[in-house]
Design a protein around this ligand. Sequence first.
Ligand code: 5GP
Length: 199
Amino acid sequence: MTEEAPLLVIVSGPGGVGKSTVVQALVARYPELWLSRSWTTRSQRPGEPDDAYIFVTRQEFVDRIEADGFLEHAEFLGNYYGTPTLGATGGRDVILEIDVQGARQVLAKEPDAFLIFLQAPSEEEQFARLRRRGDPEAKVEQRVAKAAEEATAGKELDAHIITNYDIDETVAEMFAAIQRFRVATGRHQHSGHADAVDG
Ligand code: 5GP
């Protein structure tokens, strides 16, 4: 049997909705999904895992742009973030956790990608999360303003919108949405975990 081309799943949404927590839980639960690791020029936050990103200098980032080494890249609050060009994924579907600008670029290049847009149950909780992150206060204010802007921009994209009330429920809903998208686009379903998908 020949291997199907992997599905590209973009997970986007404004800062503070819990995107990275949710995608970590998603790939931990479903080994058939592979999480792309981004490059960034931002500094590592206190307590942030070393493998959250590939942390690089601006020069290293620019060199990689020039070598055409990114599927997409964007500037977010003064730092560069980018998805390295995808290599082999061993048949696993690819999860990209990226901002709205990046989502637009990927959809322009790969119209068959599936976009999931996460939103917060309330702005209060979302902004509180941004404040707990360990960024300097000036950065926090910028992130709050940016998050409000991204929530509006994201709603214009034709995304599958999920409100992140509860991590486990969100993860199950994302996997079910990916399964439905696979079927709707004529791909095979993942076998998944029996407890997460009905039917
Ligand atoms: P943070 O600094 O909070 O880790 O990330 C800031 C924003 O950049 C978030 O919206 C995050 O999803 C986004 N981001 C992370 N990696 C990438 C990437 O490779 N490309 C783009 N366009 N955005 C990214």
